[in-house]
Design a binder for this molecule. Structure first.
Ligand code: ZN
Length: 322
């Protein structure tokens, strides 16, 4: 019986071997078929779409991290400000852009060789009445061009801080979109990023910038001033503290200008001393860089434009010789 036993074993081996071979063949065929399907699908995706057809791209998966929102974060509210438009008058020149990309405009009146500059809105919507005053002055001068002496050219930058104006008309509207107090950002000899807050404005955190002249608004006004030969400059603020002459210490011509403006406006001069030390201001930088005389002039409150007083101030200003 041993030979029979051997032959039956051989059969079993042969059958199982054949089975294995068939299964292997099927697997190979299946893998080849699947690959050919993928290749033809890829060909379809890469195929150029016929003219007029829109090619549909395969969907892409994004894996975004899940963030836990900060419970103390309040999103800022941005308002759209009604733009000031002077109908039938000179177009303003865009002299630069804010940190937030908003235009900074300068109006020009007169053609004389003596140049004067008024800057409003350096503290944005928080001192928005200075911008309103600039708008009133621009409208008035446009209708009464005779107020500009024949030998004078007056420039008015009606809003140096359009980001602040767009953000808020309260304390949140003071800084630019980079959180910088622009009247602390000029590269004066006394510029500092931070300062002793005793007697100073403390309602929101703010800085003097990464360095003097770090902000686009500041650089815009600096290059505008450098491109001219200004006899005098008024930088409008509010409220109530009075008229601050430019310079550390105050320069003679700036003190003379402040005194003359105080006479017709009744704004306090010398200004009220709150104990605050002002660093990096526009008026200080101006007199350190060739402007004959400069003042920071504060309106009486945060609401009114004191137009009558400031029309008288304009006459004194445009006839001032440093
Ligand atoms: Zn101010």
């Amino acid at each position: 019986m041993p030979p029979r036993k051997r032959s039956s074993h051989a059969w079993i081996y042969a059958i199982w071997g054949l089975n294995g071979l068939v299964v292997l063949c099927l697997l190979v065929v299946a893998v080849l078929y699947k690959t050919s399907l993928q290749v033809s699908a890829a060909d379809q995706v890469i195929a150029t779409a016929a003219p007029g057809e829109t090619r549909k791209l395969p969907p892409t998966s994004y894996f975004l991290p899940t963030l836990t929102p900060n419970p103390f974060y309040t999103p800022p509210v941005f308002e759209t400000v009604t733009p000031f438009v002077l109908v039938e008058g000179p177009r303003p020149t865009i002299i630069g852009f804010s940190f937030g990309g908003r235009p900074i405009e300068a109006y020009r009146f007169g053609v004389g060789e003596k140049e004067y500059l008024i800057v409003a809105g350096i503290h944005g919507g928080y001192e928005g009445n200075t911008i309103a005053l600039a708008n009133e002055l621009i409208t008035y001068i446009n209708e009464n061009p005779g107020v500009i002496p024949t030998d004078v050219t007056l420039y008015i930058i009606r809003n140096m801080n359009p980001d602040g104006e767009a953000r808020d008309d309260g304390v949140d509207g003071r800084v630019n979109n980079n959180g910088v107090d622009l009247n602390r950002n000029f590269p004066t000899k006394n510029w500092t990023a931070d300062w002793d807050r005793d007697g100073c404005w403390i309602y929101r955190p703010t800085t003097g910038g990464a360095y003097g002249g770090s902000e686009p608004e500041t650089r815009t006004v600096m290059s505008f001033i450098r491109g001219h030969k200004f006899k005098a400059l008024i930088s409008y603020h509010s409220a109530a503290l009075g008229i601050f002459p430019g310079g550390v210490p105050w320069t003679g011509p700036s003190k003379r200008l402040a005194k003359a403006l105080a006479k017709v406006t009744d704004y306090p001069y010398p200004p009220l001393d709150t104990g605050c030390e002002y660093t990096g201001t526009l008026a200080d930088w101006a007199v350190e860089n060739g402007v004959g005389a400069a003042v920071d002039m504060e309106l009486r409150d945060h609401k009114h434009t004191d137009f009558k007083e400031n029309l008288k101030a304009l006459q004194v200003f445009l006839n001032f010789q440093p």
